[in-house]
Design a protein around this ligand. Structure first.
Ligand code: AMP
Length: 421
């Protein structure tokens, strides 16, 4: 097929019905976050490549294999954002947002780009909703973040028994040290069976062994040491208080000691939202070291990101009943030139009064206009010709139950006869 009429691999066209679903999820997310005090932030589509190398981590798959990186005309290396957290952290530092009242709560909806092997639920361009808190180093902050996500899932009418909130603690850098040693020891016993990348991971970042996507290496995950066994007392106590926070809010969760998350910047709390079938639709955790790592003041931080396409396909599995929000209320057909100008004006007036109203703008016959009204699903129609203009009234027809009623040709009278959706 011609390349100009084929979208790039791993991308999606969001057609009008898809957009209605996206917008419903995005609005529910932003509205829920607002109740918890989160304010929206928007950052550029591309950033300096170094930002992601420093934050996401040089040894992650994202940085090593998946970034859309290019040089601009002045030879600067730029990268389309593969995730939303690092750009927000950069914006927080650059704009001095930590001088605002702390904790600082921010949320975003953004497109992300990763050069991954496309498959169901995995795209090269996808969108995320994320929420981030800066300046709170408490277990309750993390519990509140999950409560926000759970509140959103309920607003989207996701049944509780169709997904799990899985939580874990990956400790602080000190605990991590012991855990790395245990992982190295375990995986070196299986060296021959590991892929080339995992050989490097053993040396450079053993936790990344746990998210290797190759089936041979995946087989060793089950019996690998789990981090919870290596956490220090302080980290264990933080985790216990975090779980107590979730219990206090009746947020259901399960501890999954195998969650480590794919990015380097996490500390302590990590969590994932896992559907019964299908791909994980979100996750997050605490990243106390991130701001400092990017040259900002040492500031605790925590957050999560949800994949909007994955949430939509999850909602679809149990009958996503998001209705198209823009069904036309009324089609006003015109017969003759004076009627055409009249319908043009009355439709404009109806729109100003929040009605979704349409008239002919292509010069069709009345018959063709009515066929169009039918096709677009107009709930009511009105035909205006010279007679109607002279009498000042016309017949308003309910296109669904076929009832008709005589209405005066003014916006007030027409609106009074249109039942709300
Ligand atoms: P991550 O930053 O990898 O934890 O991703 C957070 C969420 O974004 C995931 O749980 C997915 O819902 C979504 N996501 C990540 N990568 C992709 C992708 N390639 N395609 C679609 N959604 C994705």
């Amino acid at each position: 097929m011609a390349i100009i009429t084929t979208r790039p691999r791993g991308t999606l066209d969001k057609l009008p019905d898809d957009c209605v679903k996206c917008r419903a999820v995005e609005n529910a997310a932003l509205d829920t976050a607002a109740k918890y005090g989160y304010r929206e932030i928007r950052t550029p589509v591309f950033e300096h490549t170094e930002l992601f190398k420093r934050s996401v981590g040089n040894t992650t798959d994202i940085v090593q294999k998946e970034m859309y990186t290019f040089d601009d005309k002045k030879g600067r290396s730029l990268t389309l954002k593969p995730e939303g957290t690092a750009p927000v952290a950069r914006a927080v530092i650059e704009n001095g947002l930590l001088n605002d009242a702390l904790p600082l709560k921010l949320c975003y909806v953004t497109n992300c780009y990763r050069y991954e092997a496309p498959q169901s639920g995995r795209y090269r361009e996808f969108s995320q909703f994320g929420a981030e808190v800066y300046g709170a180093d408490t277990p309750l902050c993390d519990a509140e973040l999950i409560a926000l996500a759970y509140d959103l899932f309920n607003a989207l009418k996701m049944p509780d028994d169709c997904y799990k909130i899985e939580v874990n603690s990956i400790g602080c850098p000190d605990c991590r040290h012991h855990y790395h040693d245990a992982l190295r020891e375990y995986y070196s016993r299986h060296l021959d069976a590991l892929c080339h990348d995992c050989h490097e991971r053993i040396e450079r970042n053993p936790m990344r062994l746990l998210d290797c996507k190759s089936p041979e290496c995946g087989a060793f995950k089950e019996s690998a040491p789990v981090i919870l066994d290596y956490n220090c007392d302080a980290c264990n106590s933080f985790f216990a208080q975090f779980k107590a926070g979730l219990d206090a809010l009746n947020v259901p969760y399960t501890v999954n000691p195998r969650i480590v998350r794919g990015l380097d910047y996490y500390t302590n709390t990590v969590f994932e939202f896992v559907p019964k079938s299908g791909a994980v639709f979100g996750g997050g955790g605490r990243y106390n070291g991130l701001l400092e790592q990017l040259g900002g003041a040492k500031t605790p931080a925590s957050g999560f990101a949800l994949g909007i396409e994955r949430i939509i396909s999850f909602l679809d599995t149990f009958g996503n009943n998001t209705k198209c929000g823009n069904t036309p209320d009324l089609y006003v057909a015109a017969l003759g030139e004076s009627a055409a100008l009249f319908t043009f004006r009355i439709v404009h007036e109806l729109r100003k009064r929040e009605k979704n109203a349409h008239c002919d703008i292509v010069g069709r016959s009345v018959k063709a206009q009515m066929r169009y009204a039918d096709k677009i699903g107009a709930r009511y129609s009105l035909v205006v010709g010279d007679n109607e203009l002279q009498n000042g009234s016309a017949v308003l027809k309910n296109m669904i139950n076929k009832d008709s009623v005589e209405v005066a040709l003014n916006a007030d009278d027409i609106i009074a006869q249109i039942e709300p959706v």
